[in-house]
Design a protein around this ligand. Sequence first.
Ligand SMILES: C[S@@+](CC[C@H](N)C(=O)[O-])C[C@H]1O[C@@H](n2cnc3c(N)ncnc32)[C@H](O)[C@@H]1O
Length: 395
Amino acid sequence: MTDPNGLAAHLRERLADGLEDAGQLRSAAWRAAVTTVPREVFVPEFFRRSDGPQGTRWTPASPDTGSTDAWLEEVYRDETLVTQLNGDVHPGDVDGPVGGDPTSSSTLPGLVVRMLEDLDPKDGARVLEVGTGTGYSTALMCHRLGSDHITSIEYDPATATRARTAITTAGYTPRLIQGDGLQGDPEGAPYDHLIATCSVRTIPPAWLRQVTPGGTILTTLSGWLHGSGLVRLTVGEEGTAEGRFLPGTVSFMIARPHASPDLGDFSALVRQPADERPARYGRDVFRNWGQVFLAQLAAPAAQHLATRVDGGPWMAHAIDIGSGSFATLTPDHDGDGYRVRQGGPARLWDDVEAAIDAWEAAGSPPQTAFTVTVTPTEQTVRLDVPGGPSWTLPT
Ligand SMILES: C[S@@+](CC[C@H](N)C(=O)[O-])C[C@H]1O[C@@H](n2cnc3c(N)ncnc32)[C@H](O)[C@@H]1O
């Protein structure tokens, strides 16, 4: 890509300086990658976000929709650039603002770089990336380790094609696969490291088989309540791994096969006979990073949504559509707290409150206090304090 007035090169240096100041970029080797790989090749068009009365709207942006210099400035901000909505809508497909849910993006460089530093592959290491996206992070790894050490898998065919074009244009030649990254890459295995830029509810068994014992898996564990955390696992022998959550509030879009099932018409479900009591924790649980992480561990098949009837108060629901269990939180009459109605075979909110109680009793430690242990039969997250509770991840 040409850069006649040197603006892109200057912006790359500025980005690298900013990431160093923020402590995300910590080594000369990754700095060289950031100051070399042209992000503009990977995001020739993207969606600009705006939030208003109609909810979130997405407006297409490319060099054609304004000045090239202004667009380049935007490309080199430390921000996520959304490149696909609803699985098949790209910026070139629309003329003006549209609604929709992001399904592919170029992750903010600060997070990409921080994860690469956390992964810390040494010269000669072979890395499997799950979630090629735009290919920007793939290209950074190619620069650092050499294209022949990198494989990247992208689920979405249109995204994979665009990424291949961009990676080739930037001059890199990694092994690129279009498919389900949860199955890994049996032909290319074993790998020294696996890094996922989409999140998973549970560690896919294929990853454990395809990373060499002693190697690492760096991934975000998330779920249907949108609790999330970045975890680094060291792989052991025969389908085992263990590790700990890393600092920060890291979230990624969930791997497509791990996405939540459609709730359909749940209104009859939540009107069923139920136990009712005052709730000790209310709707804020769903907005609190630490608490929603606990809630999801306690109720891993639950989904959250809010409803209101005829302009009445908002009700928050946790619904496990598979088992037919639900918990509905409604503000109590004096508006100070909540009441909870629970029905179906499980008492979801009892489990959520017990998990938060245990965490608070331990002093509400940060996510780094949680460990993950994977065996061939079970995956558990444990609060690593004496006598700390543990929860089983969904299979
Ligand atoms: C946040 S984006 C990746 C960002 C990318 N690393 C970059 O720098 O541009 C997440 C990507 O993961 C992809 N994805 C989701 N589920 C996947 C799966 N099971 N296997 C491979 N890719 C998947 C999505 O289609 C999306 O493109």
